[in-house]
Each structure stands twice: as structure tokens, then as C-alpha cells.
Design a protein around this ligand. Sequence first.
Ligand code: P61
Length: 463
Amino acid sequence: MNTEANIRHSWAEPYKIKMVELLTMTTIEERERAIREAGYNTFLIRSRDVYIDLLTDSGTGAMSDRQWAGLMMGDEAYSGSENFYHLYDVVREYYGYKYFVPTHQGRGAEHLVSSIMIKPGDCVPGNMYFTTTRLHQELAGGTFVDVIIDEAHDPASSHPFKGNVDIRKLDRLVQEIGAERVPYISLEGNVNMAGGQPFSMANLRELRSYCQERNIPIMLDATRTIENAWFIREREEGYSGKTVREILREICDLTDGCTMSAKKDALVNIGGFFACNDEQLFLKAQNLVVVYEGLHTYGGMAGRDMEAMAQGIREAVMEEHQAARIGQVRYLGEQLQAAGIPIVRPIGSHAIFLDAREFLPHVDQDDYPAQALAAELYLEAGIRTMERGNVSAGRDPETGENRRPALELVRLTLPRRVYTQAHMDVVAESVKAVYDRRHEIRGLKMVYEPEYLRFFQARFEPL
Ligand code: P61
């Protein structure tokens, strides 16, 4: 463990800036035009029209000089690239799984796992849905069942481990349908849709023994599990003396395999993988990857991307990196809390989530308050955020109605190693300015709705 990082009280960055990317400043007239042309959907705004881009932390991080150097070491052989072996070694060392299949990004790995493990009619329990994960489970004929603890659906609850699985809910499902219809449990670290909320090691241990008795594998969504490990160290008894690296390994050792979007924790712009301990499962995934992604030694990535990822994982487990990462998110969140702005508590690792129900109580959920609020934040200062509410949740396949989830949120997601403290101040000032004029904000009407993952491409008009 780096003791320097522990004695330092500030979260200051453990790096300095070598190259910068110029940003565009826009006028309010330009932003009005841009958001109208984007159908009031922040996904459809051109990035040249954005000043501070908090849409996502996915693939938007800044790579280190060592990662850029790694790009030059790309071995672009169709088969057996050196970079594949470097990455495999790093995944084995840090995550610990025996077998590894690279994919182009997270959903590529989800596609493999879902189509191999799920049979039509199965139920896949998980600690809250994620959009792409659930869609792949449904496309394979399964039904996702939410078994996260109730606190996760309450933005005001400050439970330290809102990502925990409610074992009683899981057991109710298993009793009802039988363990043979539960192909695996889908366990996400730092649950994205709940506000970036961790599970505890105690909960994972309990889940592990429950699943072992019934022969149900645990498939980890490892996308932000290094950040989850940080919270375990900070909050869970017995872990303050362990390193993030040790805790990550302990988590993975309690699970049977993982899907990974390397665009988050692993500090790269593109990439993902599937990893597991079961040889038969691995052989199926290794075979299927050649159908959809690419050969099993690149899975849709360039050799250079795999090299950058191997280095990114080494940097991601560094204590000082996580201290700065999580410190910056907290810096922003605490400013908003001090101004009385309703946000999901506790502050998570990758984003601040505005509670749009509290922010805009006068807007009905079917008039998409979080979508409207994201559009207003863009208009205010060119800050791009993401809706995570009724639009993202989509329609219930049975009833065709909007799902109207308990959480109606706007996500202000911080890319890793990209923005400065002064940028955070601008964001806080802008959210406050929108909060001051919240009574004037109206909802939106959806005028175009695509079939899959509608939030990416849907279009809206002001009511
Ligand atoms: C994000 F609006 N996340 O948070 P892929 N699991 C988890 C993720 O967070 C994740 C994936 C799997 C994104 C990108 C994104 O509804 C959306 O590499 C916990 O993106 O395929 C991705 O990994 C999928 C944004 C994805 C969305 C889906 O911004």
C-alpha cells in the first residue's frame, strides 16, 4: 500500500498533465439549437457542442503516458498477438480467473454469457438491472428478477452497501421456480443504476454459501469492481488494512466468472472480456466469440488496445488513483449537498445522481422529468449528463407500459483523469442555477421511440 496516499488529506491527482484537448464554449442560442436538433436527448448532441461532458465514464478516461507507449507495442497479428498474452497474464494476476476471452466491450461479453447459460423460461436474479445486461438476458429468453435490497431503490437511504443482494428475495424466487431454472446470479459491483453503490464482502460471502448449496453460479459484472473494492476497504470492518488489489481478488475468488466493460475501471477507450473458472463454459465462450466478435485472441480489439488495457488495470488498482477518483466525485457531490440539491446518497464512485423526482416534483414521471432536467443542464452551461429513469427503464415486455422505476435520476458521470477541480466548480454552480429556476421547467413528450435500448436514440419535444 502506498503510505504517502494515506497520510495525505487531499484527494489531489497522482499525475500531471502532458497534453490537453481544447474545448468549445457555446452561446445559449447555439445550445438551444443543438438540444432541439438532438430531440432533447443528450445522447444525440454532437460532442463539439459540449463544454463539460459528464454523459458517461465509459471509454472517456485519459490514458497515461505508459498506456500510450503500450499502443506503440501493438502486435496486430490476426492470431496469437503478444498483447493478448500480456492482457491474459494481468487478468489472471489481478482478477484471478483461470480462463479469459476478450470482447470488443462489455455487452459483447454479456452476449456470450447470456446466450450460453440462459434457456428460454429461465429467471436471472441480479442486484438491479443494467440496460444492456438485462436486454441480453431477455434476448436469450430469460427474465431478469431484481433481488437488490430495498434501500437501493430509495435515493435518501444512506445504507453503506446499497448494492447488497437481499438473500430472502433471492430465496423466494428460487423456492418459487426451482434452482434449475436459475442459470446464474448476475452480481454487479458498484451498482450503476442505483447510484454507483457497492456490495459488501459479508453479503457476497453469504450469497456464495447460499449459491454453493444450490449449485447456482455467480457471474460478476466486474465493470466497476475495483471501485467497489475501494468502498469495502473504507467501510467494512476488517478491511482497512487490505489493499484494493487484495480485495478485488477476494471478490473474484468468491465468484465463478465475470463480464467486464474495460472502458470504466480499466482506463481504456474500448475493450472488454469474459473470464471464468469452468473449462466447459470457457470453451463455449471461446467458440462463440469467433462468431460475433473476432478471433479468441483479440475478440474485436486491436492488439494495441489489449496492451493499453493490461497497463490500465495495473494503474486502476493503485490506491492513489482510486483516492483521487473517488475524491473528485465526492468533491462535486458535497458541494451539491451543501446547496440543498437532492442527490442519491451515499455518494458513489463514478457519478453524482440528481434525484429528479425531488428536483421537479411537479413533473409527472410519464413526462420524463430526468430527461427534461438533463436537457436543462445542457442549456444552462453546455454540461452533458444522462437520464437514468423512466426512459432508460423502458417498457414492461408483458404490459407494454412504461416501467416507471422508483429511481428517476440524472447522472453526472465523471470520466477518469479528465476534468479539474475548477470544472467541478462550474458544474456545481450550473446545477445550482438550474435548481433556482426549477419551477419553470416542464416535462417532455416522446415523439420517436426505437425498439431496443430506447434511451440512446429516442426523440422528444417540450410539452
Ligand atoms: C455507462 F446509457 N455502461 O455507464 P459496454 N455493465 C455495466 C455498465 O455500466 C456497462 C455495461 C455493462 C455505460 C455505457 C452505456 O444504458 C447504457 O462496454 C455495469 O458499454 O458494452 C456500460 O458495457 C456495458 C451507457 C451502456 C448507457 C448502456 O455509461
